[in-house]
Design a binder for this molecule. Structure first.
Ligand SMILES: NC(=O)c1ccc[n+]([C@@H]2O[C@H](COP(=O)([O-])OP(=O)(O)OC[C@H]3O[C@@H](n4cnc5c(N)ncnc54)[C@H](OP(=O)(O)O)[C@@H]3O)[C@@H](O)[C@H]2O)c1
Length: 342
């Protein structure tokens, strides 16, 4: 069995290594052993490996990146009656999916709907569930108003899901990207939504013109960095900045006075808190994700697939500007790991 791991935080290409071992983990009571076939490289996986500037290292012993992916149930622990060996499942949250095998609680192994490809299944949970969380936070912040919403890194995998949800729910969305070519791609993808490139000197003026007198009610931001102050400045009084990522590299400044005087709200959203929802709420979100993977698999776009052993080249690809979709790490199917999309 092959496992990608690191024992200290640092530049991913330097600290990650591939370890081969004969030992396979065994599932305990209520758990299943999954033979992993495909797992994504999410920006958050790399933050886990590299840490954030100014934050103390969080490390004790060897760790394996990855929180989601898909595979085939290899064996069942005691008391597992909902799954069977050979069944295709998507797993989340399952720390350590960048390995050929992972043990997960049976209730976190979600059956892959018939007809859904292995690649789509590997992307079925984290981003759609994040969309559910962002959408709920956004609805709460809009308080029934129909004012415009602004999102950063709109061409990201999550940004495109938000774009599709806005079309579906007739929400006025303004898309921000960092390049002119990215803005052109967004206009092609979602012609009804304005797309603005932050490399334009007057990008803030363009946002104001599109937002009109009502101003922007909600900003969905996954870039952070110095731009956060400008984004807060674009909010209407009483507006909300929802922070859910830090693609930028600098610190995120916010002036206290405008926050107070203009009654702005800043709140964070993280998939890490999804497990604190009730089992019924989580089941609803998972049903949404399963449905999305069947009905609109093109929204879970794959940028490229690499063998797990080629993780360094895959990480380099995952960081390439203008990448479209998510990079996957794969393990070849064997005779006993089924035929996929069944
Ligand atoms: N809070 C949560 O629970 C949660 C869950 C999932 C993801 N996220 C966050 O959501 C964000 C998007 O994730 P994803 O998987 O959708 O990413 P992705 O598909 O890899 O896309 C990221 C895109 O963002 C753009 N970008 C990168 N650095 C940027 C910068 N400094 N300024 C502006 N744009 C930049 C790039 O587009 P171009 O090169 O085309 O400009 C890049 O392709 C990440 O920050 C991730 O951590 C958060």
């Amino acid at each position: 069995m092959r496992t990608v791991e690191y024992t200290r935080q640092g530049e991913a290409a330097q600290v990650l290594t591939l370890r081969e071992e004969r030992h396979r983990p065994a599932p305990g009571v209520g758990e299943v052993l999954v033979r992993m076939l495909v797992r994504p490289i999410h920006p958050g996986d790399l933050v886990g490996v590299e840490g954030l500037p100014g934050q103390p290292e969080q490390q004790s012993g060897a760790r394996t990146p990855g929180v989601e992916g898909m595979g085939v149930v290899e064996s069942l622990g005691a008391d597992v009656r909902t799954l069977r060996p050979g069944q295709r499942v998507a797993v989340f949250p399952a720390p350590g999916t960048w390995s050929d095998f992972v043990v997960v609680p049976a209730d976190l192994a979600v059956p892959v709907p018939a007809g859904v490809s292995d690649e789509t299944a590997a992307l079925m949970l984290v981003n759609p569930l994040t969309l559910c969380m962002l959408y709920r936070a956004m609805e709460k912040a809009l308080r029934g108003q129909t004012n415009p919403v602004l999102q950063t890194a709109a061409g990201s995998s999550i940004g495109r899901l938000v774009g599709a949800a806005a079309v579906r729910h007739d929400l006025q969305l303004i898309n921000l990207v960092r390049s002119t070519s990215g803005a052109e791609r967004m206009r092609t993808l979602y012609p009804s939504q304005p797309a603005i490139a932050t490399c334009d000197d007057d990008w803030q003026g363009q946002v104001r013109r599109h937002a009109g007198e009502r101003g922007v009610q909600v900003v969905l931001d996954c870039v952070g960095d110095a731009m956060t102050q400008d984004l807060a400045g674009l909010l209407a009084d009483g507006g909300t900045l929802i922070s859910y990522g830090q693609l930028g590299s600098g610190t995120t400044p916010l002036e206290a006075l405008p926050l107070m005087a203009r009654a702005l709200t800043v709140r964070g959203v993280s998939i890490l808190r999804w497990m604190s929802r009730t089992p019924k709420e989580r089941a609803r979100d998972v049903a949404f994700a399963q449905d999305l993977s069947q009905s609109t698999p093109d929204l879970l776009e794959v940028a490229a697939s690499y063998d797990l052993a080629d993780f360094k080249a895959a990480i380099e690809h995952a960081r390439r500007p203008a990448k479209s979709g998510t990079v996957l790490l794969t393990t070849p199917r064997t005779a006993d790991s089924g035929h996929g999309a069944a």
